[in-house]
Design a binder for this molecule. Structure first.
Ligand code: 2RA
Length: 336
């Protein structure tokens, strides 16, 4: 199924990924328009057998549009998404603006597609680290409810967009040339380093990125009592996020049961033969949509059952653009 579709913020890392994935999926080029700021208007991008021209995003951009894939940052999204909704568009939004709004469904199509039915003009795309973690957690939680979880993330620089990716490559080059790197996008040097801060800190010392994973997981799993301890770290990796996850279950279960559930989970690939160096790495998962899970093991923690594992996923694809387009496909299949 198709519709008159627009990408907003097409020149950014996520917008570019949306264009590339729609081209892979053979979306009809006559049903797609691409928008960005005035400075990018007129730019051309190849799309399937043709090329598309960037139009300046204005309040009148939505007159002929049915569905919007928005890759706009929060400040610009705030201006334009209400206009698009008011003009009758459905907006699938990648910003964090509406994710915790009770009136707005927050959707990972493999996990809670039914929540799309409650949309009133906006469907929110979850944060990338939430999507990648829940793709492994949700199928386990569906069989064996979890009480709490501890998550440490190792997030690629693509999460900070094109400028974030450029900063890593530039700093790495500078260091090889014995030049002192100048941090700009990230608060500290990222080349050959790790930064335990993504977003801003609250009064308890948690970052906004860590609170996103906690609050979005509770909403998507419909599990408001879920206890989450999360630490989000920026790492010198280009475009795949990695996450170390420990789940605490009410009931006892074994590694073999976990592997069976994950092996059947949609969008997940179990890669777990550590003695042969078979485990997920960010280079394995980049430029494809599956979430790889490995290092699956049971932890002896008192009278609780704890299962730990390691997962990796492409931040720009399944973490953002692919998930948004899967929401579009679910909407067109079941509601349009
Ligand atoms: C990051 N998840 O990785 C945030 C926003 N994409 O920077």
């Amino acid at each position: 199924k198709t519709c008159r579709l627009a990408i907003l913020g097409v020149t950014g890392a996520v917008g570019q990924e949306m264009l590339s994935i729609l081209s892979e999926k053979k979306w009809p080029s006559n049903n797609l328009r691409i928008f960005a700021s005035a400075k990018s208007a007129g730019k051309k991008f190849p799309f399937r057998e043709t090329e598309l021209v960037v139009e300046q995003l204005t309040p009148d951009s939505f007159n002929e549009i049915e569905v919007v894939l928005s890759a706009l940052d929060n400040d610009v999204a705030q201006r334009f998404i209400p206009i698009a909704v008011e003009k009758g568009c459905l907006v699938i939004d990648n910003s964090s603006l509406y994710r915790l709004n009770q009136q707005v469904p927050l959707v990972i199509p493999e996990i809670n597609p039914e929540d799309i039915s409650s949309q009133n003009g906006v469907i929110a795309n979850p944060n990338c680290s939430t999507i990648i973690a829940l793709m492994a957690i949700a199928p386990l939680h569906a069989c064996y409810p979890i009480q709490s979880m501890i998550v440490s993330t190792y997030q690629a620089v693509s999460g900070a967009g094109i400028k974030g990716m450029e900063e890593l490559t530039t700093q790495t080059h500078d260091l090889q040339m014995n030049k002192i790197p100048q941090p700009a996008i990230f608060p500290r040097q990222i080349a050959y380093n790790l930064i335990p801060q993504i977003g801003s800190f609250d009064e308890e010392g948690n970052t906004s990125e860590e609170l996103k994973l906690q609050n979005e997981s509770r909403k998507i799993l419909h599990h408001q009592d879920l206890q989450v301890i999360c630490t989000c770290v920026r790492v010198p990796v280009i475009r795949s996020h990695s996450e170390s996850i420990t789940l605490f279950f009410e009931q006892d279960l074994d590694v073999s049961q976990v592997k069976v559930i994950l092996s059947h989970a949609k969008g997940v690939k179990v890669v777990d033969d550590p003695l042969n160096y078979e485990y997920p790495t960010p280079l394995d998962t980049s430029n494809q949509d599956l979430i790889y899970v490995g290092r699956i093991r049971k932890q002896p923690i008192g009278n609780q059952t704890a299962i730990s594992f390691w997962c990796c996923g492409d931040q720009l694809r399944k973490g953002a653009a692919t998930n948004s387009i899967q929401i579009l496909e679910s909407y067109l299949k079941d509601y349009a």
